[in-house]
Design a protein around this ligand. Structure first.
Ligand code: COS
Length: 384
């Protein structure tokens, strides 16, 4: 749902210019140093990127899902690490509070997130619990007006920078499945929290993950999201439904960038006396990429519009995330192929994207988890 075309176009133009003038010129620095320069982060805050999805009453831009997707189709054209820095705050780290938090929780935390003062992170995954999220073992035991949290969360994006975690922990040890899980808001400075070493990753330099360790960490009971135990798994699933549409839009944007680069290279690079873009076997790779990007773009926009219309989108979100992330991997592979030997060399940048986009098929639910979600929903509907 687009509320005001003119205002939205202004925002999209601003993001597109920011990507062109500030982010793309800094891509190599980020890849070399594994850090996004401070002045770029400052500019991201000034542009309102951390508050894209926070409601206006709490200081954000309150984008609808369709508007968010359109914004990500612009922002996602730069190295994925830039998007990652705002991604957990506009997405999985904040949305649990937005969907299921109390008014007091929203008032306390959302304005600082919108301003970029508080980076939010989503703490679900554990050493022993990845795809099987409902098996998580971190515990939160009630003790007076606090919960005492113990456990380890793994691969937590933006944990080193985070000011706050949306934490999923088991409040009912007798209930081993999803029903025993609750969601909490945990401030990063709470005593009893420590952080592992920054993970060394295949790609996405500049985006940081690490373990978050809770040892007798006392979290005020008022930070139980929504004030009700046992709803944390559903909160996490709702957050991921939305997050998967967001990630799918990033996959489309990066694929468009890679196709642009491959097309330009193919038109420039001459072999056998002509630009390689004139060869039909190269054209086939360009055409297949364009068609698949277009299909993914249509899926993402459709899923977003359905969500804005208040329809259930678990199936569509998983379809879009699965198709767009797999598509993005194929486009990356063809782009490297079109670049040939240069595609394997760091200085041309395309191998960096090839490594960066590999993550899209894994996080926020692997392709295999999306298949499970889609098939289960189909069977449930068929059984009536
Ligand atoms: N929205 C709302 N509620 C949902 C939901 C959704 N999208 N999906 C499931 N639920 C509810 C179910 O309705 C069920 O509630 P009831 O017991 O009241 O019926 C409950 O949650 C448990 O659901 P289910 O039985 O389907 O849970 P499973 O343990 O079988 O797990 C999958 C489901 C595999 C889909 C889930 O664990 C998952 O998404 N795993 C991937 C996790 C992931 O993406 N990790 C990435 C980390 S973040 S980068």
């Amino acid at each position: 749902m687009i509320r005001d075309r003119e205002t939205l176009n202004l925002l999209l133009d601003n993001i597109a210019r920011f990507v062109r003038e500030r982010l793309i010129p800094n891509e190599e620095v980020v890849a070399e140093t594994d850090e996004i320069p401070d002045d770029v982060v400052r500019d991201m805050k000034a542009l309102g990127l951390f508050g894209l999805t926070v409601p206006e009453e709490y200081g954000g831009l309150q984008l609808t899902m369709e508007e968010e997707v359109l914004a990500m189709l612009e922002l996602g054209r730069a190295s994925p690490a830039f998007r990652s820095l705002i991604g957990t705050t506009v997405g999985i780290g904040s949305q649990g509070i937005l969907f299921d938090g109390t008014e007091a929780q929203k008032r306390k935390y959302l304005p600082r997130m919108a301003a970029g003062e508080l980076i939010a992170s989503f703490a679900l995954t554990e050493p022993g619990s990845g795809s099987d999220a409902a098996s998580l073992r971190t515990t939160a035991r009630r003790d007076g007006d606090h919960y005492v949290v113990n456990g380890t969360k793994r691969f937590i994006t933006n944990a080193p920078q985070a000011g706050l975690f949306t934490l999923m922990a088991r409040t009912d040890p007798a209930e081993k499945g999803a029903g025993g899980i609750s969601a909490f808001i945990v401030e990063a400075g709470t005593p009893g929290i420590s952080f592992g070493k920054r993970d060394k990753k295949m790609g996405q330099k500049g985006a940081h993950t690490c373990d978050v360790i809770f040892e007798d960490c006392r979290v005020p009971a008022e930070n139980l999201i929504g004030g009700v135990e046992g709803r944390g798994f559903k909160t996490a699933m709702k957050v991921l439904d939305k997050g998967r549409i967001h990630i799918a839009s990033i996959c489309v944007a990066v694929a468009e960038r890679m196709l642009d680069e491959a097309l330009r290279y193919a038109m420039d690079r001459k072999q056998f006396g002509q630009p390689i873009a004139e060869f039909q076997l190269v054209q086939a790779m360009l055409a297949d990429s364009k068609a698949e990007i277009y299909a993914a773009r249509c899926m993402v926009l459709d899923a977003a519009r359905r969500r804005d219309d208040g329809l259930p989108v678990s199936t569509e979100a998983s379809c879009a995330k699965m198709f767009a992330s797999e598509m993005c991997g194929r486009v990356a592979d063809r782009a490297v192929q079109i670049f040939g030997g240069a595609g394997y060399m760091s200085e041309y940048g395309i191998e960096r994207f090839y490594r960066d986009v590999r993550l899209f098929r894994i996080y926020e639910g692997t392709t295999q988890i999306q298949q499970i979600v889609i098939a289960r929903n189909l069977l449930r509907e068929a059984r009536g």
